[in-house]
Each structure stands twice: as C-alpha cells, then as structure tokens.
Design a protein around this ligand. Structure first.
Ligand code: FES
Length: 637
C-alpha cells in the first residue's frame, strides 16, 4: 500500500501513514496527543490541527469541517484531524495547537515559565571565624563582621535579632566555620557550619479559592516542588465581599481568617519540605501574592475599607516584614516580601501576572485575563497598561452550577452534542464515571447547546425541541447530559436554565470589563495581537467554546495563549530576583486602574454581553457565521 510521511510539531514525531488514513490515525499511531472527544466523527470540533506544509497531499475539506472551521481559518491551514485524509505521497507537516491536546493542558497548570537572571534578595556566605583571645577579647559580632569584611568584602552589615540570639551557637567548633544568611545588608541568620549549598525560598499565590505554593532553590533558581490546596477561608464566605464583611466585624474574626490561611501555607510548606528533604528552617525568604483582600488579610491588615467607596487599600507599595510576624514557620530570621498592589480590587496577583506574561514589554495591543471568582483584566495598547477587576463569581470553577464541581476525578471536562439527534458525548477527568461538571465542561456544554439550537442566543432553553434529553423539572427547562445509570450518583447530571443564567452573568462580567478597557484605549478586537488566559479555568477551557459563548473579544484562537497560574509564576520570579521586585513597583505605579461600576457604558455593555456570544453579532463575525451554519443544518432556530 502507498505510504506518505506525516510529521508532527512541536514534538518532532514522524512516521508513515497509508493513503486513505486520516491525520488522527497517524497521530494515534505515533502517540501524538490530540483531543478527539466524539471519537473521530467530525462532530466535536476538538481535533483541530494546522497543516504547515503538504496541504495538497490531503483530501478536500469535508462538509463537517466547514461547520467547525471558519473560512479564514481554512485559508490558514486549519483542518479537523479526524476528517483530513492522506490522498497523495510525500511529507505532510502538522502542527497540533495546545488547545487541541488533552494532557498538555493539564501540565500548564504550573504556569508560564519566564526565565529571570538569578539575583535573589537572600544570599549565603561561608566564612572562617577567628578565635577570641585573652589579648584580643573581641565579641562574637565583631569577629563575625570582621570575617565578612575581610573574606567577602561585606561592610556596614546590620545584625538582626534572630541572628544575634543564634550567634553563640556558631562558635567553639574546631573548624571555626560559619555560614551567614544576608538579606539586603542585614544578617538574618547564622549556621555553625557550611550550609551555603542549602538556600531555599517559598513563593505563594493566595487566591480567594485556591492556594498555590512553590519551594525553590535560591542558588539555582529551580522549582524543587509545588503544592496546592483550597483556601480554608471559604468556610467563612465564598467570595471576597463576604470575607471583607466577616473580617471587618471584629479583630478576632480578622485574626481567625489570617490564622487559617497562614496555617494552610505552613502545612503546604511542611509537606513540600518533607518531600524535598529540606528543613523548614532552611527556607530563608518568601514572596506572597494575592488579590488586595487576600493580601491585607494575610498581612493581618483589616480589609474593612476595601468594602466601602472609594475602596482604598491601606498600602499599595510592596511590603517587607519578618515572616514570624505573620506566623510563617520557616527560618526565624526570614522576611516575607509582598508584591505591590494596584487598587482596591486589583492586587499583587495582577502585578505578578503582568511580570510573568511580560505584557508590559509588548509593543503591540494585548489582553491579559486572570479568571477566578474575581477576574482581573489588564490591557496594553503597546504603550500604556490599564486594569480593572470584575466579580465573575464561581461558575467557571463549578460553583453555583447545579452539578458543578472542581476539576477533580470524575468531573466532566469536555462535552459535545450531536447536532442531528442532540445526544451528548463527554470526557471526564481521569476517565472516571461522571460525578459532576467542572468549569471547562459547563462552558463546552453551553457552547454545544448553542451550536445545536438547544438554547437561543438569549440563553433560553428551547424546551419544545423533540428530544428525550430536554425536559422540564419543577417548571424549569433542563438538558440531561448523563443519565443517572451512567453516573456514580442516584440522579441525572443536567444543565439547567439557572446554570445557563450563571454562565451568562459570569461571561458578561468578563466581556464587559474587557470591552470597556479596550474602548478606553481605542482598541477593537481586530487590533489585539495576543490574549493571555490565566488561572486554572483559563488553562483547561476550550478556547473555541469560550469564544462561542462570548467570553472574550473575537480573535483567532492562535492568538490565545494559556499561561496557567501566571500569578504563581510572577511570585517565583520575584523570589529569584530583586530586579523583578523593583520592576513590579514600577509596573504597579504606572498601571491605570478603571472602576467599572462608574463607567457610563457599563449597564448597556453588560446587558448586551448577556447574549451568546453578544447581542450585536457584528462584534463576533466568525462565531456568528459558524452558528448560522450549525443552526441551518437543523433548519431555522
Ligand atoms: S474527533 Fe474530530 S471532530 Fe471530534
């Protein structure tokens, strides 16, 4: 049988395919990971690839591909891997974009890796100490400072209290060697031996919902290990407004909120140290980032005034304090650095996002959206940065959704619906029996329902469609995604009218924020060169489904870049370099903050953005074109 050669980028895997086989067949044989939720039936549209060369060796574009791929994308070489079959002999080169992969997206949760030249705030120096003599009875401090001046040329050193208390332990040893830990001119710790090879730091991103912690080697810049956990403050209120209310009602409540989050960070640190065979006392520096409310609570500062107009924070600049002041259990002399914040609702996490994506250094228009319960948006027109935050709620994390759950084992993470018979297909996290729907799954489900005409552009379920999957329960319409027999629960997993309303509210908040910032800078969707999507949801979501519902302005999907936990990445960069900390101060000072609630267009924009993808189809021309094709397959909507 005639063979062609297929080569996949970026992994560089290459092999033979027979004429008549599809690109998906070749990928499967070579172990290239391509998402194919509908099993290669051309319905889900998840297996999109880009043909880099050898287009003439593939068969003509099928009618199924015309439905999933816009004319512009077809011109740029997009095909469905399950539909594009080899018809000629030669070499065809295929690029698999990250959004068409299954495993790749999971790895990205760690966040964008931006290299930074190593210049940590904390350094270790090992020196030989002279012995005091009767003729020259110098104090321990004098002996140590003399050694630092002579051997390391360090002068005018301040000795911290913790190091002072520790100092007597480092004398009397035969070899007379001590290692001092220095932070910006202050001696913060002394070890009575050579510990210079063991220099560790902690970076933490404190989200309203989730904590992410990283243990780094400050000598090499390597991440040794990482850990994450839910933010235990959730027990005191799901959103930041309820946390403000709780913390503001008494000093004890503030202490309680601070205590639970610091205790959880200590546990994460303890676990990471256990894994890496590091003593927590060897962790000599820390950087914490978080939204403004999390920032204040972590530092023990009341967030009371963040809840009242004009929503002014207590402090905007970076804060350096001794870690023991907030109860962190690490080296007793260590400090914790908190990155600066921008405004009442745009915090140090947004600054960290900017640092790691380097959106501030781009000379083209770009958008950064960090999706969480509270979503931060930063936009650059290539010269200036402006930012806002919006209350997008927990829907994209599975909250307030009838069968919503986090992206854990058994969560439905991908969905497609056959437009002919309205039967669904899905994929769950870990391939386990379905237990619920996570954020990416609910967005896929809503996008598929829209494409199949199960919901109208105003979000209303068309309940008189003839399908056993659509029913009314207690007078409310819903779509049955999984029958109870196929779940681990005793009830059907459904997408209800209320779930769709939650998604409308969440996506309208994010789109409105983005749209208002863009109009302040005079930008149109066509001007945007890059959209950075940050946050766990932003990592897992199918960008096409997100575009179909109108989550962000319509740009070609190859301009979307998933950056995972970009705030955590920024925190790590600040841990590794004082230059990054200085840059962060500069960025925070120059970003213009926009208060959305006072914008005259807010109400109108929000109402329009409640439609899928938008009330004004000309704002989403490619998506509107695709939706028209879908609906016309089933007849008029
Ligand atoms: S696998 Fe190709 S469209 Fe579903």
């Amino acid at each position: 049988m005639s063979k062609a050669i297929i080569a996949f980028t970026p992994e560089g895997k290459k092999g033979d395919v027979s004429v008549g086989e599809t690109v998906l067949d070749g990928a499967n044989r070579l172990g290239v990971d391509i998402s194919a939720v509908c099993g290669g039936r051309g319905i889900c549209g998840k297996c999109r690839v880009v043909v880099e060369s050898g287009r003439e060796l593939l068969g003509p574009v099928s009618s199924l591909e015309f439905i999933s791929i816009s004319d512009e994308e077809l011109r740029r070489g997009y095909r469905l891997a399950c539909c594009a079959a080899l018809v000629g002999i030669g070499t065809v080169k295929i690029n698999v974009p990250s959004q068409s992969r299954v495993g790749q997206q999971r790895l990205l949760v760690a966040g964008i890796q931006t290299k930074v030249p190593l210049n940590p705030a904390v350094r270790k120096y090992t020196v030989k100490l002279a012995k005091p003599t009767v003729a020259s009875p110098l104090s321990d401090v004098e002996i140590l400072l003399n050694a630092l001046a002579d051997q390391e040329k360090l002068r005018r050193v301040r000795v911290g209290y913790e190091a002072l208390v520790r100092l007597p332990h480092s004398k009397g040893r035969e070899d007379g060697v001590a290692t001092v830990t220095m932070r910006e001119g202050e001696l913060i710790w002394v070890d009575p031996h050579d510990s210079s090879a063991r220099n560790f730091g902690l970076a933490v991103d404190v989200g309203s919902t989730k904590l992410a912690a990283y243990l780094l080697d400050l000598n090499t810049g390597e991440v040794i290990t990482s850990a994450s956990s839910l933010n235990p403050q959730i027990a005191f209120g799901e959103d930041i407004i309820s946390r403000i209310t709780y913390a503001s009602s008494s000093d004890n409540n503030l202490k309680r909120l601070q205590g639970v989050v610091i205790a959880r960070i200590n546990r994460l640190l303890h676990d990471m140290c256990g894994q890496a065979h590091v003593d927590p006392n060897e962790v000599v520096d820390a950087v914490i980032v978080g939204n403004t409310v999390m920032h204040h609570i972590c530092l023990g500062i009341t967030p009371e005034f963040l809840g009242r107009s004009p929503y002014a924070p207590v402090v905007r600049s970076a804060v350096n304090l001794q870690s023991r002041n907030i109860g962190l259990r690490m080296c007793p002399g260590a400090y914790v650095h908190s990155l600066p914040i921008i405004a009442g609702f745009v915090g140090a996490d947004a600054v960290a996002d900017v640092i790691s994506t380097q959106i501030n250094d781009l000379d083209v228009p770009a958008v950064l959206i960090d999706i969480g319960t509270n979503t931060e948006i930063v936009i650059s027109d290539g010269r200036k940065l402006i930012a806002c935050s919006c209350a997008s709620g927990p829907a994209f994390e599975g909250g307030h959704i009838e069968h919503g759950m986090r992206a854990e084992l058994g969560a439905i993470e991908e969905v497609y619906i056959d437009p002919y018979n309205l039967e669904p297909g899905y994929r769950t996290v870990g391939g386990a029996a379905p237990r619920g729907i996570c954020g990416s799954g609910i967005v896929d489900a809503v996008a598929s329902m829209l494409k199949c005409g199960i919901i109208r552009t105003d979000g209303v379920i068309v309940s008189d469609l003839s399908s056993p999957r659509i029913r009314r329960r207690n007078g409310v319409a819903e779509y049955i995604l999984v029958h109870k027999e196929d779940t681990t629960m005793a009830r059907d997993i459904v997408v209800t009218q209320d779930d769709i309303r939650e998604i409308q509210l969440a996506k309208a908040a994010i789109f409105t924020g983005t749209s208002i910032l863009m109009s302040r800078l005079g930008l149109r969707a066509a001007d945007i060169e890059q959209i950075f999507l940050a946050g766990a949801f932003g990592t897992y979501v199918d960008p096409l489904s997100a575009l179909t519902i109108g989550l962000y302005p319509e740009v070609s999907v190859d301009r979307i870049r998933f950056v995972g936990n970009a705030a955590g990445s920024g925190a790590r960069m600040a841990l590794l370099s004082v230059d990054v900390r200085l840059k962060a101060e500069e960025i925070a000072e120059h970003i213009e903050y926009v208060e959305l609630a006072t914008d005259k267009d807010f109400q109108h924009e929000f109402a329009q953005a409640m439609y899928f993808p938008h009330k004004e189809p000309s704002r989403f021309p490619m998506t509107a074109e695709k939706l028209k094709k879908r609906v016309s397959r089933r007849g008029p909507a």
